[in-house]
Design a protein around this ligand. Structure first.
Ligand code: HEC
Length: 747
């Protein structure tokens, strides 16, 4: 049912000018640093100590074509930069790493130890000797091509973008439509920006409904300017799960085991790129390489946001402007990663959790924020936070002229906003719910609910959290609460098309179908072009045997809504119920033209094929139907019928067993299975199944008669006689039972 739609203000946009990207991940070329100089050999040399250090901490950026401004791959190069190397390492300016040591243990931490720093200092002081060249490790190789091997799919930006030589930073959103017709799971992604030096960060968002492309039909091929974007996540609860954050020194993003992300036909990737003019005109383009896996996700993480943009109003000159937010977790989670985000005035960024036992657990501390070095940080080990923990963020902003990053000197008043000179206060967490609640509901719905309530406590009228809260309640099966939430939304945003439709669906799910009908009609009256409310109204009418009302709505939709298989198959059901089989069949076929997997069309065409004794056709259609809805007992039963008619009794029995696992108390399924088993010659099992059917419906004369036939075939004449008599007791004019009884040999 097209009932709930999710709108998420998923904003991971980042501010401007990154002179370089934050942390680098070095894979495949880490050389163990040798122990510091011993007493026998006090000389610190490039070959023995410094090269291994530089190769594992510096050259991911400092190689030709890399994000760093020069290469440090050779001794000659290192020699040229030696004194600066000593300076920038002792000040911990390089390698770039923002988090304070001891406030969160992060994977790929890029921090030199005090010993390493001392070693570099000593090397520079003693004249930077090369040492034994033969003892030096080989320099790592950075390939220009795909580092992770040939991708399974490469997406390319439609039209390259011409970046001017100078001027302010450019933020551009490039849409990359996913061109395949099958769903794929993505275990890794690699991005090749045409010119790495001008691309400072990129965020990738998945637009499940291609909504961004629809919002910008003219522009999307050239890239749409803007730092932030909002996408419509469609009807399903399908929250963002993975940080798809890229920076130049980490070209490959490999997801942890069991946590691939998904692309479906019709999805778009949106590449949100931050470009910085380099001094000469450049062409920005990008390729995204995707690596597939056959393994669907076994773990479902979710991205959660804390923020408090509405509190950002920083007077000029203010040095310690504090912004806070807190979110209480309704379920146990493991925090896998964290992404703090502010713009140029951010100074000190803190995040921690207060556990239910009042213990404080640090998640991250960045004492000297620098937007140019922002990054997603992944924990080396997941951080467990029990239900009831409160996650806090506390950001301090410095809007004085002492802040070297302040874009305005003299300072000006700054508020939250979309431009880089505006501010932001965001904290994203990647969390994995653990210790799933017993009621089996998706725990992410509870996280969503908590998140939206927190959002509403700051912005009570914002339509996005109002929608998402109501939908989260509906998703939890709390239909009455959802009704209240949609009514509240509609009081604030009267006549909203989508909310009216969703209110209708929530009313319908809570059992009040009359109010539901009224609400759909109200939606249609206010928005005659609406398709969702018409669809729901038509389905509702069909369910209540109002075929002509349903037919009218479906026909209107065929005229005014985009080609939709469900509309054709819905109309097909209407026509079939009116006995117009030929017209119904045409509609079902039209549905399959649009969507070869439309369940309603497959199921009903299969049914028609069965009725017209075309078992081969029925098998094909119903097999596909069962693949679409493996949990639909009716579909298995129909397919069993098609197999039985084709003489495949073994397959029929297997389908009936599937149906029985889904619907164990349906006596008809046991009776049919008994029949299939009997045709396959499995008499004892057939008797057993018939008895199960009788156990579920004791008063069915046919069951008793059939049981008698089986008992007689098994040579149990006395039992058979009892069975036929039982049938006749229930239905004295049961002709078959009477004839069967007469055929039995006399006692
Ligand atoms: C994540 C990428 C990255 C890594 C890793 C990295 N650098 Fe840099 N480095 C840069 C960028 C970008 C610049 C130029 C912009 C800046 O100064 O921030 C730079 C600048 C420098 C400079 C010039 C500083 C100045 O004052 O102009 C030196 C020296 C340097 N890096 C040395 C190192 C050393 C030594 C390491 C390893 C211990 C290292 N870098 C690791 C990206 C990196």
């Amino acid at each position: 049912m097209k009932s709930s739609r999710w709108v998420q203000g998923r904003i991971l946009a980042i501010a401007m000018v990154a002179t370089f990207a934050g942390v680098a991940i070095t894979k495949g070329h880490i050389f163990a640093a040798e122990s510091p100089a011993t007493t026998q050999d006090p000389a610190v040399t490039w070959s023995r100590q410094i090269a291994p250090l530089v190769y594992s901490n510096c050259t991911t950026c400092h190689h030709p074509g890399g994000a760093g401004p020069f290469s440090l791959l050779t001794y000659q190069e290192a020699l040229r930069w030696g004194p600066q190397i000593a300076t920038v390492t002792s000040s911990r300016y390089m390698p770039p790493w923002l988090p304070e040591n001891g406030y969160g243990d992060f994977e790929d931490e890029r921090r030199l130890s005090n010993e390493d720093i001392a070693l570099i200092g000593k090397w520079v002081k003693t004249g930077m000797p090369e040492g034994d060249r033969a003892a030096a490790p080989p320099a790592p190789k950075y390939s220009e091509t795909w580092q992770y091997g040939t991708p399974d799919l490469i997406l390319t930006v439609e039209r390259p973008f011409n970046l001017t030589a100078s001027g302010t930073d450019v933020f551009r959103n490039f849409v990359l439509p996913y061109p395949l017709q099958q769903t794929h799971y993505i275990r890794a992604m690699e991005i090749h920006p045409g010119t790495p030096q001008i691309v400072h960060h990129a965020n990738i968002l998945i637009d499940r409904t291609a909504s961004y492309r629809r919002q910008h039909p003219e522009q999307w091929k050239d890239g749409v300017p803007g730092m932030e974007l909002e996408v419509d996540t469609g009807n399903e609860f399908d929250p963002d799960s993975n940080f798809l954050f890229w920076k130049p020194d980490t070209p490959v993003l490999v997801e942890p085991e069991g946590m691939p992300w998904r692309l479906d036909p019709g999805n778009d990737l949106i590449l949100n790129m931050h470009l910085k003019p380099s001094g000469k005109p450049e062409v920005a383009s990008a390729q995204v390489g995707l690596y597939f896996t056959d393994q669907p996700p076994s773990k479902r993480p979710m991205l959660l946001q804390l923020e408090h943009d509405s509190a950002l109003d920083i007077p000029a000159g203010q040095r310690n402007f504090v912004v806070e937010d807190a979110l209480q977790l309704p379920v146990d989670v493991e925090v896998l990663g964290i992404y703090p985000h502010a713009h140029y005035l951010g100074k000190r960024l803190e995040a921690w959790a207060m556990l239910p036992d009042r213990q404080k657990k640090w998640l991250i501390l960045i004492p000297g924020w620098d937007i140019d070095r922002q990054s997603v940080y992944r924990y080396r080990n997941p951080v467990f936070l029990p239900k009831g923990s409160v996650v806090h963020m506390r950001y301090i902003y410095d809007n004085s002229s002492d802040n070297e990053h302040n874009p305005h000197i003299p300072p000006v008043r700054v508020k939250a906003g979309n431009r880089s000179e505006d501010e932001m206060a965001h904290l994203w967490l990647q969390v994995l719910p653990v210790n799933r609640p017993r009621n089996g509901r998706d725990p992410r719905l509870l996280l969503e609910e908590a998140w939206m309530r927190n959002w509403l406590s700051k912005e009570p009228d914002d339509i996005i959290p109002l929608y998402n809260l109501a939908s989260a309640l509906a998703g939890q099966g709390r239909h009455q609460d959802a009704v209240t939430a949609y009514q509240h939304l509609l009081a604030l945003h009267p006549g909203d098309e989508r909310a009216l439709n969703e209110l209708g669906a929530a009313l319908q799910n809570s059992g009040d179908w009359e109010q539901a009908e009224k609400t759909y009609k109200q939606d249609i009256a206010a928005h005659p072009g609406t398709c969702d409310a018409r669809f729901n109204l038509a389905r509702l009418a069909l369910k209540h045997d109002q075929a002509s009302e349903a037919g009218q709505q479906f026909r209107t939709m065929l005229e005014q809504c985009p080609a939709d298989a469900a509309v054709h198959s819905g109309l097909g059901v209407v026509l079939a119920s009116e006995g117009q089989s030929a017209a119904a069949e045409a509609e079902f076929r039209a549905a399959l033209q649009i969507d070869p997997h439309d369940f309603t069309a497959l199921y009903n065409l299969g049914d028609l094929a069965l009725q017209t004794s075309q078992p081969q056709q029925a098998v094909g259609l119903l097999e596909t139907a069962v693949q679409q809805r493996p949990n639909d007992a009716d579909a298995h039963e129909q397919l069993a019928g098609a197999y039985a008619l084709s003489g495949r009794v073994g397959d029929a029995a297997a389908q009936l067993r599937e149906a029985i696992t889904l619907s164990p108390d349906n006596p008809q399924l046991h009776a049919l299975l008994s029949q299939a088993l009997a045709s396959a010659g499995q008499l004892q099992q057939a008797i057993a199944e018939r008895k199960v059917a009788l156990h579920l419906r004791a008063n069915d004369p046919d069951d008793w008669n059939n049981l008698g036939v089986l008992e007689a075939r098994a040579g149990r004449i006395a039992e058979a006689r009892e069975d036929f008599r039982h049938a006749l007791q229930l239905a004295p004019d049961h002709a078959q039972a009477r004839a069967n009884l007469q055929h039995l040999p006399p006692p």
